[in-house]
Design a protein around this ligand. Structure first.
Ligand code: BGP
Length: 463
């Protein structure tokens, strides 16, 4: 069976500034929350590898772009670093950063690779965090100014912009579940952070529209379909609540221009609503996007709780549902994430049926595996499991497109093994193996498979 994709389909991969650049406090760059957290609690990071030890893109960008070309990428997403570009967050632009990003963008274009640029990928400048980060409404203005500066500097060549990557993750990690700085556990503060992120997104979209730049603007969301254990109404309600909190809290504002009424009612019921100003609804309505990036790694399976919550514990999403371990589920044991290929189709179908079939693409999908050296054959990692992972997802993506979903591309996480936040280099995701000691790059078998797939704009079952 041949899986052919539409003409001009985007084949590529995604990465982020902080996870690849290195030089995390050089080149005029200021510290992010990650540098700060690592300095105070290095033991929170796998093998104590911190954000300064990433895959050296700051030095090796030209060589890495040549590898992208070899992998037949026609597009590539990375992010700009706010703390590199505007080291004090609100003031002067760092000329060295402008040169670096101009070089990267120009080289991508010279190699025929369309740059997709994200403005914020989990890397809050520490100077802004000291002012309260996303909890402080003033940071919204500062972000919007940063966005405008990026549009002015690079908007003549960058035609695909994304305000945020997975904006719910800093909310969950930093304010609910203790896996990002500032390690707060407080739902109301989390809701405020999420709300201000939506306002920051909308302000940047407004600035983009007002500037009449050449391209389009969107956002990248990690959509995790909520599957109920059963059709029991209690399980269905649990799944609905999880969907409202983790998907629709960002999806509805950016596609519909407003929050779901159910979500507002739910937060009101538990007294967790953030402070709002009367002008906010018009701003949020202006934040509607042109293009949605979808990151999909795993589904969320839920059931209703069967025990009462401790009323003295902090209010958490899990007051409203419980996690369900479906018997027989296929797991990626290294990351602890379920692999469920039809999820990609369900996401696309939901967008087509319930959201007017927006222009979208898969902006991240991938599989992190530990100790891949054991798969080396003749000097190359033979990662057949990754080829199966990608082809398995592409088949369901293909079905979605056949049924009319407006999905324009598929980007893998990631191009080269990179630094994974608290997991350091534990799980490797790349099409390209990175030798940490020598920084040597070697294309894995999956990289060759992907290059062939991109070249043919599809693949055969037996390939
Ligand atoms: C996404 C992020 C990426 C990347 C990826 C893999 O959530 O956008 O930055 O890291 O997940 O996850 P992890 O690195 O946590 O294994």
């Amino acid at each position: 069976m041949k899986y052919a994709f539409p003409e001009h389909f985007w084949w590529g991969s995604a990465s982020s500034a902080l996870q690849t650049e290195g030089q995390s406090q050089q080149g005029g760059k200021s510290a992010t929350t990650w540098d700060h957290w690592y300095a105070s609690q290095p033991y929170r990071f796998h093998q104590q590898v911190g954000p300064q030890d990433t895959s050296t893109f700051y030095q090796n960008w030209r060589q890495d772009i040549a590898l992208l070309k070899q992998l037949n990428h026609n597009s590539f997403r990375t992010s700009l670093s706010w703390s590199r570009l505007i080291p004090d967050g609100v003031g002067e632009v760092n000329p060295e950063a402008v040169t670096f990003y101009n070089n990267v963008i120009d080289e991508l274009l010279a190699q025929g690779i369309v740059p997709f640029i994200t403005l914020f990928h989990f890397d809050m400048p520490m100077v802004m965090q000291e002012k309260g980060g996303w909890e402080n409404r003033e940071v919204v203005e500062a972000f919007s100014r940063y966005a405008q500066i990026c549009f002015d500097l690079f908007g003549d060549r960058v035609l695909h912009w994304f305000t945020f990557n997975e904006p719910i993750v800093p909310v969950e990690g930093g304010y609910l579940y203790d896996f990002h700085y500032p390690n707060v556990v407080d739902f109301k503060r989390a809701a405020t952070v999420a709300y201000h992120t939506v306002l920051a997104h909308a302000s940047a979209v407004r600035a983009y529209r007002a500037g009449h730049y050449l391209g389009e603007i969107g956002i990248v969301l990690n959509l995790t379909p909520s599957y109920p254990r059963s059709n029991n109404p209690a399980d269905l309600t649990a799944a609905h609540h999880a969907d409202l909190l983790f998907n629709r809290s960002f999806l509805d504002p950016v596609l519909v221009g407003e929050y779901p009424a159910d979500l507002v009612a739910l937060l009101k019921e538990y007294d967790q609503l953030p402070a709002c100003l009367p002008e906010d609804s018009a701003l949020i309505a202006d934040g509607k996007i042109d293009l949605l990036g979808i990151n999909y790694y795993q589904p969320r399976r839920v059931k209703c709780r069967d025990s009462a919550v401790n009323p003295a514990s902090p209010f958490m999403p899990e007051w409203l549902f419980d996690y369900y371990e479906m018997p027989g589920r296929k797991m990626n044991p290294y990351r602890g994430w379920e692999i469920y290929e039809p999820g990609i189709y369900d996401i696309l179908t939901n967008l087509r049926v319930n959201y007017g079939n927006p222009r979208c693409f898969i902006s991240e999908n991938g599989m992190g595996v530990e100790n891949e050296q054991r798969f080396i054959e003749n000097g190359q990692i033979n990662d057949q499991y990754r080829i199966e992972f990608v082809s398995g997802h592409l088949k369901w993506l293909h079905k979605g497109i056949q049924e009319g979903c407006h999905c324009l591309g598929y980007h893998m996480w990631t191009f080269i093994d990179n630094w994974s936040w608290c997991n350091g280099y534990k799980n490797r995701y790349g099409f390209v193996q990175l030798d940490l000691a020598t920084q040597t790059r070697t294309i894995k078998r999956s990289g060759e498979w992907f290059a062939a797939t991109a070249a043919q704009n599809g693949f055969n079952e037996e390939q």
